[in-house]
Write a protein that binds this ligand. Structure first.
Ligand code: MN3
Length: 219
């Protein structure tokens, strides 16, 4: 299991975290080709974009020239959120022999909020499948009222409740599924829901409940 890492990362020094398994570990749900491109190219682009934005903002500060600040603020939100969500996405997926049902605390909180595990899955499937354009389905813990909630994100950064902590995230950008599922986004989400690493979800939820997050797999 991944250790809690809470390093301070200086501006411009983010690095792509390694996948916690081999590129073919999620087959047949996610092909080796998809996983390799998704991690090595797409996730890396968000890490690079975040570093670039942080350094640009630092340079603007130094030069006292804020002509392009709104552009760089947009880039910080987009690439920073993309890096965070992808880092979580890899860790909450497990090889196909994992899956099954949530662990004790996760199941208790799901029942409390959604009434039953089936209700939860139905809502998560519907909400995630129906994200407009590129985005994410996200199970969050909201410490403001101590509850799970299902939220979605358009792109990586739009639509949230501030302070909400992502516990389980599902990428529904086309790059996550198009090679393997083409337009069948719902089928991809269904398959993903069958390979969730519920041990990791439980670990993240317990940390969140105990005020130990934000805690992302930074390197
Ligand atoms: Mn992605």
């Amino acid at each position: 299991m991944r250790k809690a890492i809470n390093k301070r990362v200086p501006a411009g020094k983010h690095r792509l975290p390694p996948l916690p398994y081999s590129y073919d570990a999620l087959e047949p749900v996610i092909s080796e080709d998809t996983l390799r491109m998704h991690h090595d190219y797409h996730h890396k682009a968000y890490v690079d974009g975040l570093n670039k934005a942080e350094l640009a903002v630092a340079q603007a500060r130094k030069e006292k020239d804020y002509t392009f600040i709104s552009y760089w603020e947009n880039q910080l939100a987009f690439h920073g959120s993309g890096h965070i969500l992808h880092s979580i996405y890899w860790t909450v997926l497990a090889p196909p022999n994992a899956g099954g049902e949530p662990r004790t605390n996760t199941l208790n909180e799901i029942n409390r909020r959604f009434g039953s595990f089936d209700n939860f899955i139905e809502q998560l499937l519907a909400a995630t499948t129906k994200v407009e354009g590129s985005g994410w389905g996200i199970l969050v813990w909201n410490p403001a009222w101590n509850s799970l909630e299902i939220l979605t994100a358009e792109k990586h950064q739009n639509l949230t409740q501030w302070g909400a902590i992502p516990i389980l995230v599902i990428d529904v950008w086309e790059h996550a599924y198009y090679l393997d599922y083409q337009y069948k986004r719902e089928e991809y989400v269904r398959k993903i829901l069958g390979i969730i690493n519920w041990d990791e979800v439980e670990r993240r939820l317990l940390l969140a409940i105990n005020g130990k997050l934000p805690l992302y797999p930074e390197v």
